[in-house]
Design a protein around this ligand. Structure first.
Ligand SMILES: NC(=O)c1ccc[n+]([C@@H]2O[C@H](COP(=O)([O-])OP(=O)(O)OC[C@H]3O[C@@H](n4cnc5c(N)ncnc54)[C@H](O)[C@@H]3O)[C@@H](O)[C@H]2O)c1
Length: 260
C-alpha cells in the first residue's frame, strides 16, 4: 500500500508538478497524458525528470484516459505495476474540453458539452469505479480532482468547463460519501488562476487575466503548479485521513477576494 500514485493528466501543469513532487516524496508514478506535436516535448521533459527521481518507478501512457477502452485496457497493467496493491492516490488533472460561450459566434454544441463534461468530470467516476472493483483503491487511498473558481462564477469561454467542474465536485462528494466507510477519501483541490498550457486556451485575453488576478489575489501573485503539488503532497499524509468530501482551496485567498 501507499507506494504508487495514479495521475490522469501528468505531463504538464498541475499534474506534472504533482508527479515531480510525489516522486520526491518517494512514490512511484503511473500517469496518463494525451499530447501531440510540441506538447510531446514538454511531456518528455517531465517523464525524464520523474524517471530519474523515482529510479525508474515511472510509467507514462500517452493515450486518451477518458476512453472506457483505455481504462479497461490499462487497469490490468496498473495492477501488475503495483503488484496488486492499491494506489495511494487517483488524481484527475486532465484539461481537455471546449472553451467557448453558450451564445454568439460559436455557440457550444451538445457534442462539445457532452465531451467536456465526460472528460473533465464523469471520467473520474468511471476510473474510481474500475479501480475500486479491482481492489486498487482501499483503506488510505485518496481520490482527488482539481476544480476552479469557475465552478460558481461565470466567465468568458468557460461555460462548458464550468459545468464539468460542478459535475466533478458532485462526483467527488458522492465518492467520498460512499467509500468513506472503507477509509477511502475523495476531495477536490480548488486552484487559483495558474499560468499553464490549459489556461492559454480559455480566452485570448489570458495574459491580462493573469495580471489582473495577481492584483486581486491577497498574496499578490498567481497560483503555481508547485503550490498545488505541495497541497496534494500534504493531503497524502496520515494527518489528512479524516478530510473527506471537501474542497480545499489552494489559491492564496483569491476566491475570497472580489474583483475591482
Ligand atoms: N490552470 C488553471 O488556472 C487551473 C485552475 C484551476 C483548476 N485547473 C484544473 O487543473 C487541471 C489540469 O490543468 P492544467 O492547468 O495543469 O493544464 P495542462 O494543459 O498543463 O495539463 C493538462 C494535462 O491533461 C492531459 N490530458 C489532456 N487530455 C487528456 C486525455 N484525454 N487523457 C489523458 N490526459 C489528457 C495533458 O496531456 C496534460 O498532461 C484541469 O482540470 C484544470 O481545469 C486549472
Amino acid at each position: 500500500m501507499s507506494e504508487w500514485v495514479l495521475i490522469l493528466g501528468g505531463s504538464t501543469g498541475h499534474g506534472a508538478a504533482t508527479a515531480k513532487r510525489l516522486a520526491k516524496d518517494g512514490y512511484g508514478i503511473i500517469a496518463f497524458h494525451f499530447d501531440r506535436g510540441e506538447a510531446k516535448k514538454l511531456a518528455a521533459e517531465t517523464i525524464t525528470e520523474v524517471n530519474e527521481t523515482t529510479g525508474g518507478r515511472c510509467h507514462y501512457f500517452n493515450t486518451n484516459a477518458a476512453a472506457e477502452e483505455t481504462m479497461d485496457k490499462y487497469i490490468t497493467q496498473i495492477k501488475e505495476i503495483t503488484g496488486g496493491e492499491p494506489v495511494k492516490l487517483l488524481l484527475h488533472s486532465i484539461a481537455f474540453g471546449t472553451t467557448t460561450n453558450f451564445f454568439g459566434e460559436k455557440p457550444v454544441t451538445q457534442r462539445q458539452m457532452d465531451m467536456t463534461v465526460h472528460v473533465m468530470g464523469n471520467a473520474l467516476l468511471y476510473w474510481t469505479q474500475k479501480l475500486y472493483a479491482e481492489g486498487l483503491l482501499a483503506n488510505g487511498s485518496r481520490v482527488m480532482g482539481l476544480t476552479s473558481e469557475g465552478n460558481y462564477v461565470a466567465m468568458e469561454g468557460y461555460g462548458p468547463v464550468s459545468v464539468a467542474k460542478v459535475a466533478m465536485e458532485a462526483i467527488i462528494r458522492q465518492i467520498g460519501w460512499e467509500l468513506g466507510q472503507y477509509g477511502i477519501t475523495a476531495n477536490a483541490v480548488q486552484a487559483g488562476v495558474t499560468p499553464t498550457r490549459a489556461l492559454t486556451k480559455i480566452t485570448e485575453g489570458w495574459e491580462a487575466w493573469i495580471e489582473n488576478t495577481k492584483k486581486r489575489n491577497p498574496m499578490r501573485r498567481n497560483t503555481t503548479p508547485e503550490d498545488v503539488a505541495g497541497t496534494i503532497s500534504m493531503l497524502l499524509k496520515p494527518e489528512a485521513d479524516f478530510i473527506n468530501c471537501s474542497i480545499i482551496y489552494c489559491d492564496g485567498g483569491e476566491s475570497r477576494s472580489g474583483s475591482f
